[in-house]
Design a protein around this ligand. Structure first.
Ligand SMILES: [Zn+2]
Length: 385
């Protein structure tokens, strides 16, 4: 009897110990798996506000420096009445100095966050292609080979590259330089990245505003890598997205249409006929909500798979907090981004495209939790329960 009691109490103690150690893990896991958005984005608005603050700090620094240099060079004080000639002279000087300051700031950050990371992020994306494209046979191999060649061929341009191209007055230089000014803003400080094809060559550009949005404002190498991991993969994936390869994404788009279309708002600018049709046929409604954004949805797919490859590679040595940090810093720019006609709302990109991804759920140890399997994960091969 007494032996049995001892055995029972030992078992009970063991159970208690394992319950205690598992509680903290279970709590942590549940956070990401059941509350993906708040785990990655907090209250939703803060990550972007922090990114904007870092860009604003740099903007002030550039403006202060350019103002001082322009005053010194022209001997003019912009707070006084300068007249047309004086104003023109002052602003030309100001613009030149602010360009120089911006270029110097950008080059330091670009070396650390672009030059050191592009090769690695390309490798991760290509590994994701190897893992995902398994049609079998030579057609699958050929598609995979062609897509990887495209990724290899993408050139990531820094601001210095763009300045050089622009100085040479090449058609592509002028065109990319104009795109940079339009999309990145006069000081380059918009939190943006873009992909463009000029004269048959594929380019990706990360605005200075995106680079400086990283935690540490560009001086923390790990944050610089996380800041670019998802975004660079997304932009490079635009050269292999639904626009060029619709046949590749049939099952993926079908799965999103079946399960998640209603989480996407209707694209703006529908005619009354479209609205009438959509109101009467839910399949049309769902189809349009997804296919109108298919280019962005499929670029996001590869971005998630690239982040996943990184976590698979590093995950063994990562704590749960380390993995959450990767996701937070890679997706911070999406947390409060609104829906556009091309882009899905940021919340959908984080909660559904990232949060429902089967591979990420596995890495974050969501399997076995009832919430994780309520909705299917969409892959290139269709849905995974
Ligand atoms: Zn995009």
């Amino acid at each position: 009897m007494s032996r049995r009691v001892t055995l029972f109490s030992t078992l009970f103690a063991l159970l208690l110990t394992s319950a205690a150690t598992q509680t903290s893990w279970a709590e942590l896991r549940t956070d990401y798996c059941s509350q993906t958005f708040s785990t990655v984005c907090g209250d939703g608005a803060s990550p972007q506000r922090d990114r904007d603050t870092r860009a604003a700090t740099l903007r002030t620094r550039i403006q202060t420096e350019a103002t001082a240099a322009a005053r010194l060079e022209t001997g003019l004080d912009p707070s006084t009445e300068l007249g047309i000639m004086g104003t023109g002279l002052y602003w030309l000087s100001y613009m030149r100095h602010s360009r120089q300051a911006m270029l110097r700031e950008a080059t330091a950050i670009e070396i650390d966050s672009i030059h050191s990371n592009v090769a690695r992020i390309k490798e991760l994306l290509k590994r994701a292609l190897d893992r995902q494209i398994r049609f079998g046979g030579w057609i699958g191999d050929l598609v995979n080979y062609r897509l990887k060649r495209k990724i290899e061929g993408v050139k990531i341009l820094t601001l210095l590259d763009i300045e050089m191209l622009n100085l040479m007055r090449t058609a592509s230089g002028v065109s990319i330089s104009e795109s940079y000014r339009r999309l990145c803003g006069p000081e380059g400080l918009t939190d943006q990245a873009f992909a463009t094809t000029v004269e048959g060559k594929n380019y990706v550009v990360l605005c200075l505003g995106h680079l400086v949005g990283a935690i540490g404002a560009g001086s923390d190498s790990t944050s610089n890598f996380y800041n670019n991991l998802q975004v660079l993969a997304h932009e490079m994936a635009h050269f292999i997205d639904y626009g060029d390869y619709p046949e590749l994404y049939g099952p993926y788009i079908g799965c999103l249409t079946d399960h998640y279309a209603m989480e996407l708002p209707r694209p703006a600018g529908w005619t009354s006929t479209m609205t009438w049709m959509a109101n009467h046929a839910s399949t049309i409604d769902a189809h349009v909500r997804v296919t109108d954004r298919a280019v962005e949805l499929t670029a996001d797919y590869w971005a998630t798979q690239t982040v996943l490859e990184y976590l698979r590679e590093e995950g063994r040595s990562f704590s749960y907090e380390d993995k959450v940090r990767v996701l937070r810093e890679s997706y911070a720019g999406y947390c409060s981004s609104p829906a556009g006609n091309d882009h899905p709302p940021g919340r959908f990109r984080v909660e559904t495209l990232l949060g429902r991804d089967f591979g990420i759920q596995e890495i974050m140890q969501c399997s076995g939790l009832p919430l994780a399997n309520l909705t299917p994960s969409c892959t290139l091969h269709g849905e995974v329960e």
